[in-house]
Design a protein around this ligand. Structure first.
Ligand code: ADP
Ligand code: 5GP
Length: 185
């Protein structure tokens, strides 16, 4: 059976990171892709685990060398999917990418067989509550992320699936079901 490239997108704070972590804990056939970013590591984040944290210069050099499957700029920082890392992992497992909608749609252009899954929130208020509870950004930055939410969700129709992240365990099970179904197509 071929290994799948699965993209999870959705507004900041919707729960993508939490879901992705649970997916790889539950299924040993899944691997997480690690993106490169120029943003600073948050408390508890480790280089090479959550992200490869690069300087702007190193990021731009990798971009010039065609080293990204896709990249984009958010909240004044660059984020990109490293091509070499994803290709190596795809040789072993299904690979899960946690990236924004534009990134997801760009991946689909290069990899039409990629499966795009939009994670939608139960409500806008709930995302704000989750971001405040996560306590990793200032209120000002949270407002910036909430402003982008409608833009992310507008692209839902171009995604293959939408899953509402209400109950976390149910969300994870639904995604596993989607991946298994797609693998058997
Ligand atoms: P994202 O990666 O999309 O920005 P996170 O995974 O960091 O979002 O989740 C944001 C916050 O919401 C975290 O504190 C996380 O524990 C919480 N969270 C995630 N999924 C759920 C859920 N289904 N119900 C309640 N809280 C959740
Ligand atoms: P955060 O700073 O909260 O970790 O991520 C901010 C945004 O960047 C999120 O919407 C996340 O999905 C997106 N992102 C993370 N990695 C990548 C990537 O490799 N490419 C793109 N296009 N977006 C990414």
């Amino acid at each position: 059976m071929r290994n799948l490239l699965v993209v999870l997108s959705g507004p900041s704070g919707v729960g993508k990171g939490t879901i992705a972590k649970k997916l790889v804990e539950k299924e040993s056939d899944f691997a997480l892709s690690i993106s490169c970013t120029t943003r600073k590591a948050r408390r508890g984040e480790v280089d090479g685990r959550e992200y490869f944290f690069l300087s702007k210069e190193s990021f731009l050099e990798k971009k010039e060398n065609n080293g990204f499957l896709e990249y984009s700029e958010h909240f004044e920082n660059y984020y990109g999917t490293p091509k070499d890392f994803v290709m190596q992992k795809l040789g072993e497992k299904d690979v899960i990418l946690e990236i924004d909608v534009n990134g997801g749609l760009n991946v689909k252009k290069n990899f039409p067989e990629a499966v795009l899954i939009m994670i939608a929130p139960p409500s806008r208020e709930e995302v704000k509550r989750r971001l405040i509870k996560r306590n990793t950004e200032s209120l000002e930055k949270i407002e910036l992320r909430l402003k982008r939410m409608d833009f992310e969700l507008e692209k839902q129709s171009e995604y293959d699936y939408t899953v509402v992240n209400d109950d976390l365990n149910k969300t994870v099970d639904k995604i596993i079901e989607i991946i298994k179904k797609e693998k058997n197509r």
